[in-house]
Design a protein around this ligand. Structure first.
Ligand SMILES: *Cc1c(COP(=O)(O)O)cnc(C)c1O
Length: 470
């Protein structure tokens, strides 16, 4: 055994304590850590021939790399939709590494059963019935990809062919209908061999909404003349957190033949708040559902969940059994027959820890506090004369731009400069977007740590970066 490895084996507990102390210091300072780190990164070094041991590695990491890491775990990082990590979730994630289970197969470990218990909790949290089975995946992109892979197999079933066996060429033309899909839907369609071009955008409701016009969706389905299709409904768009009317879309199934996939990556968490749960009404009627967990559940990257009502079709797509053994038995085959991965990290443990530690109430509180803070920032921005909201604050995102009617190109430059200035202040991090053709900034609240005082600091950083020179 390598000498350093032998030493580390004997000193393993000391090493864990050193890492704990280091992480504790970093986390104690995360409130004041610059939200973004735009600075230069260290030059790459050659692969070491001889090592330095784990203490040496920790020391080098602390000096070379840690200073450049962003404050994305902290309270004023409001770019994209970036969750933090609750204390219990971090603990669960550390133990995931310590136990190093392969949650692909149930052989010889209860890890898969822990994942199933966690999935049942999540299903209940999002208001799904027991007809939905689930699995952990790495993120909402993969969750959408798995849901659409099952949808693809369903299209084959409707046409009397097996896509998993004979490939997408066995399918006739494929139509995927959606109002304001997340970019990951196009990526998924590309990966699945259906092609980005099969996505047809259905008009949205008037008035700057990002929710699909259900009457126009019905027309698009009607025009297919009975040919089965896939509908991707969106529960929480990234710019303005708009929600498709899931119940009305599901009701279209009475007259039209389609697979309903719902991308509820972070909008699904509206179900936790009694005042906002109506936004996700109808989610249970979906054939497949995507929810991210590293966003609003506040577990560390990377984790998401996918649910579907057709585990049988999912197994056809993802089974990893020798053909002569037949397909794995339902329900609840080993997870390696359900997801793109065969060997799998026990991602469920971080979620299990957080749900056990804080329960439904604790996670509802995170969601409701974030929503209240988004309204607080939205109200303050609406109260300025030089900024304006591009949409009402519907949930946890504030989408705003400069007041006035500058041409889009000039506005785009001002928005980009403002985003850079906010990031350079270290006080906050916001990401730019273009909503309905108008360049804008977004502030997305999804971190358990964020407080009212943080929100006021974000407002001040935004004001400093956008206020007209006097
Ligand atoms: C974030 C997001 C995704 C993609 O999620 P990843 O976890 O980054 O793969 C998909 N859909 C929506 C609506 C999202 O907000």
């Amino acid at each position: 055994m390598d000498a350093f490895l032998a030493v580390d084996r004997d000193r393993f507990p000391d090493l864990l304590r050193s890492v704990t102390d280091f992480a504790a210091r970093e986390l104690a300072a995360v409130d004041e850590r610059p939200a973004a780190h735009p600075g230069p990164v260290p030059a790459p070094q050659p692969l070491p021939d001889a090592g330095v041991g784990a203490d040496g590695a920790l020391d080098r990491f602390a000096r070379r790399w840690a200073p450049g890491f962003s404050g994305s775990a902290g309270p004023r990082y409001l770019g994209f939709v970036t969750g933090g990590a609750t204390p219990a979730a971090v603990a669960g994630d550390w133990l995931t590494a310590a136990y190093d289970q392969n949650a692909g197969s149930d052989t010889g470990s209860s890890a898969g059963a822990l994942e199933r218990e966690t999935l049942a909790w999540l299903r209940e949290l999002f208001g799904l019935g027991t007809a939905h089975s689930g699995a952990f995946v790495t993120g909402a992109t993969v969750s959408n990809t798995v849901g659409l892979a099952v949808a693809r197999e369903w299209l084959g079933e409707r046409q009397g062919v097996s896509v998993s066996q004979d490939g997408v060429a066995a399918l006739g033309p494929v139509t995927v209908l959606s109002g304001a899909p997340h970019s990951s839907t196009g990526k998924a369609l590309s990966v699945l061999g259906l092609g980005r071009a099969c996505l047809t955008r259905v008009p949205l409701l008037p008035g700057g909404r990002e929710a699909v016009d259900v009457a126009r969706l019905a027309e698009a389905l009607e025009a297919l003349d009975g040919r089965p299709a896939i509908v991707v409904a969106n529960a929480g768009t990234v710019d303005t957190v708009d929600f498709d009317d899931l119940r009305a879309i599901a009701a279209l199934k009475e007259r039209h033949d389609f697979w309903l996939h719902v991308d509820a990556a972070f909008g699904g968490f509206a179900a936790l708040s009694p005042r906002h749960a109506h936004l996700t009404a109808g989610l249970d009627a979906a054939d497949s559902v995507c929810v991210d967990l590293h966003k609003w559940l506040n577990v560390p990257y990377d984790a998401a969940v996918q649910f579907t009502r057709r585990q049988d079709l999912q197994v056809r797509v993802f089974h990893n059994a020798a053909p002569y053994l037949g397909l794995p038995a339902l329900p609840d085959p080993d997870f390696l027959h359900l997801t793109p991965e065969s060997s799998r990290r026990l991602r469920a443990l971080a979620a299990w820890f957080s749900l056990t530690a804080y329960g439904r109430e604790g996670h509802r509180d995170i969601v409701e506090r974030n929503i209240a803070l988004a309204h607080r920032l939205g109200d303050r921005i609406a109260g300025t004369t030089h900024l304006r909201l591009l949409a009402p604050v519907r949930l946890n995102v504030v989408c705003f731009t400069f007041a006035g009617d500058a041409p889009a190109e000039e506005l785009g430059e001002r928005v980009a400069a403002a985003a850079r200035a906010v990031a350079a202040s270290g006080e906050a991090f916001l990401t730019p977007t273009v909503h309905a053709g108008v360049p804008a900034l977004r502030a997305a609240f999804s971190n358990w740590r964020t407080s009212e005082a943080d929100t006021d600091r974000v407002f001040e950083a935004v004001t400093a970066a956008t206020a007209p020179a006097t």
